[in-house]
Design a protein. Structure first.
Length: 320
């Protein structure tokens, strides 16, 4: 067993044999999660019976671009159509200019990363993935389409999108906005501009990128709700790109370090291409303590195999 700290979440890495040989709640490690990486599917039913949840490590959100912007928007719930139009109206009605660039340039990448770093700094467990990959972004910049928003000479929002013509996909890699512009839904206007750029290049699918399958830690639950309401569907990332993620089996020993509620996208069986199910994690609030169980209605979506509460029973002895 090896215990790793993942941005404040302590994860005990074990193999399937170790996972099944121990009562982790009666004899807990100093960890919040016990994880088996890439478990053989033959062990999945037994791991599930032992309380583990088998899931993709990362999910990729995808949606067909449609023939036009109006066709895309027509497929969204009325509230979300309004949000996109408010974002576009904010961009068009103020002193904001939105530009689309082929490729990345050093000055604009630096300006984007400044906005990105400031946004990440507001997140309790944010990870500056774009900053860590700055050199790789610069080296592969010719393969990107970027959309930036400026107020005067100052960049206030942006998104970097990777062209994947072999798959007819434009994949959002990173997006950020200053607080005022984020509140005004400006990023939605940038996404619409990116979609137009994709259609002009003959692409047919937009991806909103890869997220950890756990929402409520590095990625917030609001991100799940935004992507779901925007017409995107999550699939296991390694089905899109074998280098990203892989299967995992997780046993949660507590909700320390997670928001309430937190969400977990998991497999609904051994077919990894089937629709995912959503588990809403709760401490199973009781009259003696705990947080009341959340309402499941805001998390339901047609693309899910199901939505269910997943009470997390704490370990019997304190974790250290």
């Amino acid at each position: 067993m090896n215990i790793e700290d993942k941005n404040g979440l302590r994860i005990a890495m074990v193999d399937a044999g170790e996972a099944l040989a121990r009562d982790w709640r009666a004899d807990p490690p100093a960890a919040d999660v016990v994880r088996v990486r890439r478990p053989d599917p033959v062990h999945w039913p037994e791991l599930e019976r032992a309380g583990f949840v088998v899931k993709p490590g990362w999910v990729n959100w995808r949606a067909p671009l449609g023939a036009s912007e109006e066709a895309y928007l027509a497929g969204l719930p009325a509230t979300e159509r309004r949000n996109f139009r408010l974002g576009r109206r904010f961009a068009e009605g103020g002193d904001i200019s939105v530009v689309v660039r082929d490729g990345l340039t050093a000055p604009e990448l630096d300006a984007f990363l400044a906005v990105y770093d400031a946004q990440i700094a507001t997140m309790p467990h944010g990870v500056a993935y774009a900053r860590h990959q700055q050199e790789r972004l610069w080296q592969g910049g010719a393969d990107y389409v970027a959309v930036y928003a400026y107020r005067g000479d100052d960049m206030v929002a942006g998104c970097l999108c990777l062209l994947r013509p072999e798959d007819a996909v434009l994949q959002l890699r990173f997006a950020a906005a200053a607080p005022l512009e984020r509140e005004a839904r400006l990023q939605r206007a940038l996404y619409l501009a990116a979609m137009r750029a994709a259609r002009e290049r003959g692409l047919t699918v937009m991806s909103l990128g890869n997220d950890p399958s756990l929402y409520g830690h590095v990625a917030g639950t609001g991100l799940f709700r935004f992507k779901a309401r925007s017409g995107f569907t999550p699939v296991a990332s390694h089905l899109v790109d074998p280098a990203v993620g892989g299967d995992e089996a997780d046993l949660l020993l507590g909700l320390r370090g997670l928001s309430h509620p937190s969400l977990l996208l998991a497999y609904s069986g051994t077919d990894v291409t089937a629709p995912l199910r959503l588990l809403v994690l709760t401490d199973g609030g009781t009259p003696e303590g705990g947080t009341p169980a959340p309402d499941l209605a805001p998390y339901r979506a047609d693309f899910l195999a199901g939505v269910a509460l997943h009470p997390v029973r704490p370990a019997l002895s304190p974790q250290s």
